[in-house]
Design a protein around this ligand. Structure first.
Ligand SMILES: O=C(O)c1ccc[n+]([C@@H]2O[C@H](COP(=O)([O-])O)[C@@H](O)[C@H]2O)c1
Ligand SMILES: Cc1cc2nc[nH]c2cc1C
Length: 348
């Protein structure tokens, strides 16, 4: 059995007993029941994930993947493809959005190249390159099925390296010029929304070019005709290597009972691929922010997720996940440090 199949067989529901115990603990703390809203929900979910109502997360990381996309040749992105290789080292030297926000949140960042279109070694970046970018999905499948499985397995392997080193929560991030095109195609196939309905500006495409991008996505779906119920096939035909690797992190974390904080639009596409492989991953996802891309709503609805932040962000990189770490930390701190009614002698 390959790694992906064995991981997928090991995903179980949340532990209800631990969630009930966490609920009971919240109810014992000096506040009106439920008044800390989603801070309470986050801790209850974490109790279900960890199978204990007693937890404290000290080590957290953003795992980011980068790759290029053959569909870039169709004029669907506002920035040159070289930005992928130029920006990715900045993830780990702390200079870019995700670098700074991760440092602020006390999280490590790892950057893994799964398909950047370059030959040179990138400083601080782990090389797990599958190929120098996907094929142009307007001319056939973006990758082979073997490459799709490989991208997911790389994500599982990287996640497990962090998990064995006691990281208790993982956020996912990415870099890849044109990857909103691949993500929109995935979300369109899996949710059934048309590309016209959900295609957006990505990193800043003009109105006129958004219509062109939607037509390219529509044509790519028509030519490749992916089966929407087969997550691996959707990834193979209209996906990207970094998207597959992000799906792998989600599957790997779920199988190891570790929560995954998802980021923006590209991570919604990755989560949908993982969801089609095993719907059980849903319980392990923690949403962060609501991406400004128009396809966000349908993707999040299918995943049953309500993001905690509405910040009009569309940077990607893992920046929203890093920001959400601060709220998750605050939730856990309140849960572990508020006094109980008994301790202060207050009874309601
Ligand atoms: O996270 C998001 O919601 C998001 C929305 C739009 C763009 N991005 C980032 O911008 C890049 C892709 O944009 P584009 O227009 O080249 O497809 C990629 O590197 C992403 O990290 C990210
Ligand atoms: C500078 C830059 C940084 C990015 N980070 C994610 N996508 C990006 C696109 C550009 C252009």
């Amino acid at each position: 059995m390959n790694l992906l199949s064995s991981i997928s067989r090991n995903i179980y529901p949340l532990n209800q007993k631990s969630m009930d115990a966490a609920q009971k603990k919240w109810d014992s703390l000096i506040h009106p029941k439920g008044s800390l809203g989603r801070l309470e929900e986050i801790c209850i979910q974490l109790a279900g994930v960890y199978e204990t109502e007693k937890f404290d997360i000290s080590k957290k990381a953003i795992i980011a993947f980068a790759a290029d996309h053959g569909v870039y040749d169709e004029g669907v992105a506002p920035n040159p493809q070289e930005i992928t290789k130029l920006q990715f080292p900045n993830f780990v030297n702390g200079k870019c959005g995700v670098g700074v926000l991760s440092r602020f949140a006390g999280a490590s960042v790892v950057a893994v190249d799964v398909g950047i279109n370059c030959d040179e070694k990138l400083e601080g970046v782990i090389d797990r390159k599958i190929r120098k970018g996907t094929s142009n999905m307007l001319k056939g499948p973006a990758m082979t099925r073997e490459e799709a499985v490989k991208s997911i397995e790389i994500g599982i392997e990287v996640a497990e390296e962090f998990i064995v080193n006691d990281y208790g929560i993982i956020g996912i991030g990415e870099m890849g010029i044109s990857n909103t095109t691949a993500s929109t195609a995935i979300i369109s196939v899996i949710t059934g929304q048309t590309p016209e309905e959900i295609t957006g500006a990505g990193a800043g495409l003009s109105e006129k070019k958004i219509s062109h991008k939607a037509r390219v996505i529509g044509k790519a779906i028509e030519i490749n005709d992916p089966n929407p119920t087969d997550g691996i096939e959707v990834l193979e035909k209209v996906g990207g290597f970094e998207i597959g690797a992000m799906s792998g992190v989600i599957l790997g974390c779920a199988a190891n009972r570790i929560p995954v904080v998802i980021d923006g639009f590209i991570s919604y596409a990755a989560a949908l691929i993982a969801y089609k492989i095993n719907p059980g991953i849903k319980d392990y996802l923690i949403p962060s922010h609501n991406s400004a891309e128009p396809g966000s709503q349908v993707a999040l609805e299918m995943l049953g997720l309500r993001p905690m932040l509405e910040m009009d962000m569309r940077l990607g990189e893992g920046s929203g996940a890093a920001l959400a770490f601060n709220i998750i930390d605050a939730a856990i701190y309140a849960y572990n440090n508020m006094a109980t009614f008994d301790e202060v002698g207050m009874h309601i």
